[in-house]
Write a protein that binds this ligand. Sequence first.
Ligand code: GRF
Length: 195
Amino acid sequence: MIRANVEIVRIAVLASGTGSILESMFGAGLRIEVVLIDRPCRAREVAAAHDTPVVLVERSSYGSDFDRVAYTHAVVDALEPFDVDLVVMAGFGTILEKPMHDAYENRILNTHPALLPAFPGWHSVRDALDYGVKVTGCTVHVATLAVDSGPILAQEAVPVLPGDTEESLHERIKTVERRLYIDTIKEIIERGHVL
Ligand code: GRF
């Protein structure tokens, strides 16, 4: 088996939000070649603070007229010059279509703030809270065309505490994601599963 190390595997991070997971990735020594965002967001500042190129492929629409396939092609084209080995989604808010999975088959990872297959989708923290579960968590998985359904690489449970709000629970989950996602990425790189 070919083994690789974290210094040589070239990573693209896709983000749409505060970029706190992205921030911990920079701290962990991963080789981030580019940060791609779909809207103006704090992840842009995080990347700039680490002298890393940021590419904004802005969504033209959030309505039913959104051309998801054309958008996906634009993302694939924008990433192409960076020649990345691995694509890591860290709070990316746009579901990408088949061209992305054709270009990076089995090389796209995601972290989801719930214990999949429970609570898929964009509002998983709120859904878990509304359901009244006492334990939720996070899932690191391979992203496939079927959303939130790819092979699971790692999971960790997080308790729901009395008085939790969506924000407080999500922050407790993200504290775990910032460790579990990075450990999992490093592990698959070191096992040679990327190159
Ligand atoms: C994480 O909880 C991730 O699982 C979800 O979005 C959040 C990203 O957080 N998809 P941040 O923007 O890195 O702080």
